[in-house]
Write a protein that binds this ligand. Structure first.
Ligand SMILES: [Fe+2]
Length: 541
């Protein structure tokens, strides 16, 4: 997301029954959260990108004390791994040995195959006489399986210096989730004190300076992987993750970034290559042979999940009427074709899209400019009005129109965007000039940040202050497709998917600076099949 004006201005597969299956939630309650502060596996364990017959497993080994992240020190070693159907590893389903070493920062990624679908597994890694903490994961159901329910934790934007990752801890403790979806800004590149943290550095980053080199990004990834809440959630559930800008640098586009200065900070291509290599090493993400991070997973006939990469192929951010320029793109042509075709031809009931930046329009005038027609043209106002945040889809109108028009032309319904980036909570109906206001093309649920600053933090006021409430009211009054927004809370979302509806519930932390902070439910909205109009929901039972 953009770091200056806009943000400040605003701001159970286990229980199969006849013909169908319920995806039982999985949490690592029996084994307790992974605490790996010392020993060879101090960065925890993780799993990701479940398939019906496989899972991606991750860890990092510290074979000798000097082999710290980014050091390039330490020997090449073999790491054992086991996947079992029980937490005591009495029945090992598959096991193996994987080499690692300083060339890959002693990270270990194993694409395990040959597993049974919709099955809970426990996994661990071994080095010398020791074993890592135990992780728990679950494979995806068969592609054609009828699934009654799927429950996801949804998160984005975790600034180390602004607090502790209690949002991850609270999700790990729930015990009713199948998966975690992370929408990006898993980490931030800034040096200490360079990124707002409500004016207070709760805990300083490593390295202390802005991440620029391969060693820097490795050290930053290593630091994040020591957070106990983050370790607990990785060990408890498989994650499906995409990246946004801060995994490289603020407001990144294909040829540069707001927070990158060629010359003093080297070539952009070198920085991206360094950040990408560290990301590939440290994240439980399946990355294509061509380097593609965008990809699609599927949960039976209930849902598929398209994860977008909105940084690697986009045109530079623009202002004024340039946001309408059809030559500009946020997805790149190939990814937009992949997305449009994938949504239109999907045989899943729900088409979920992991979408790093907000899709819905945010108009700042008293009327959307596209209702003003020729007057907007005369005044030089972009078709969707003056753009508040050109880093969002608002800054790339042509791609948004192409996507929505394709959904309309193909009769594609039941598309739900899961969005992060803007550190605030929103329930949106996605509309464009071609849909009008009454028949939105899709629903969009935007989750707040795990810790990163939002409106009350910028204002130096308590959560729920009058200015934040006024801002939310004004945003809603000029944006009727925004059904709800809250500008102060940090936390997470929980998405429940059933054949009949998708429901998002938002939970906010009481205190982002506390590792043990409780959270509270603040709102729920749902969308039913056939129409993207949202319904407000009561608190969950
Ligand atoms: Fe962010």
């Amino acid at each position: 997301m953009t770091n200056t004006l806009d943000r400040r201005t605003l701001l159970r597969l286990a229980g199969a029954s006849a013909g169908t299956a319920v995806l039982a939630g999985t949490t690592l309650a029996a084994s307790g959260p992974a605490h790996a502060a010392a020993g060879a596996f101090r960065h925890g364990v993780a799993s990701g990108d479940p398939l019906p017959d496989g899972i991606l497993l991750w860890t990092r080994v510290t074979p000798v004390p000097e082999a710290v992240p980014g050091s390039g020190l330490g020997p090449d070693v073999d790491v054992r791994w086991q996947v079992a159907t029980d937490p005591d590893f009495a029945t090992v389903a598959v096991q193996g040995v994987t080499p690692t070493g300083p060339a890959r920062d002693h990270t270990v990624k194993v694409a395990v195959t040959g597993l049974a679908p919709a099955t809970t597994y426990w996994y661990r890694f071994g080095h010398g006489d020791g074993w890592s903490p135990t992780g728990r994961t679950m494979t995806a159901p068969p592609v054609d399986a009828a699934i009654d329910r799927l429950r996801l934790g949804v998160v984005s934007c975790a600034n180390w210096e602004a607090g502790h990752f209690a949002a991850y801890r609270r999700l790990a403790d729930r015990g009713d989730l199948n998966l975690v979806v992370h929408l990006g800004d898993y980490l931030y590149e800034y040096g200490t004190g360079e990124f707002d943290a409500g004016g207070t550095v709760v805990r300083p980053v490593e390295p202390r300076h802005e991440a620029l080199t391969l060693a820097d990004y490795r050290i930053r990834h290593g630091l994040y992987k020591t957070d106990p809440g983050l370790q607990a959630l990785h060990a408890a559930l498989p994650w499906v993750i995409t990246w946004d800008d801060h995994e490289v640098a603020n407001d990144a586009w294909s040829g540069g970034a707001e927070n990158h200065t060629p010359g003093t900070e080297g070539a952009w291509s070198d920085r991206v290559a360094a950040a990408r290599q560290a990301y590939q090493e440290w994240m439980p993400v399946r990355i294509g042979a061509d380097g593609a991070i965008y990809r699609r997973l599927r949960y039976g006939r209930l849902a598929d999940l398209s994860m977008l990469d909105l940084r690697s192929y986009r045109s530079s951010q623009a202002s004024g009427t340039a946001v309408d320029d059809p030559a500009r793109t946020i997805t790149g042509a190939a990814q937009l074709r992949w997305l449009s075709d994938g949504l239109a031809t999907s045989t899943a009931q729900w088409k979920l899209v992991g979408n790093p930046v907000m899709m819905a329009r945010v108009d700042v005038g008293s009327l959307p400019a596209w209702l003003l027609g020729p007057l907007g043209k005369l005044l030089g106002i972009p078709q969707n009005g003056a753009v508040l945040n050109p880093d969002q889809w608002d800054g790339y109108n042509a791609d948004r129109n192409r996507l929505v028009d394709h959904l309309r032309a193909t009769g594609t319904r039941d598309v739900v965007f899961l969005t992060g980036d803007i550190h605030t909570s929103w329930a949106n109906e996605v509309t464009t000039r071609s849909t009008g206001l009454t028949d939105p093309a899709a629903a969009e649920f935007v989750v707040p940040s795990v810790t990163s600053d939002n409106v009350d933090d910028f204002l130096g006021l308590p959560a729920g202050n009058g200015l934040s409430l006024l801002g939310a009211t004004l945003l809603r009054s000029t944006n009727p497709h925004v059904r709800w927004t809250e500008l102060d809370g940090h936390g997470y979302g929980v998405l429940e998917v059933t054949p009949q509806r998708c429901r998002m519930d938002w939970y906010h932390l009481l205190d982002r600076t506390r590792a043990d902070s409780a959270s509270r439910w603040v709102a729920g909205f749902s969308v039913g099949t056939g129409s993207a109009k949202l319904r407000r929901e009561d608190p969950p039972a």
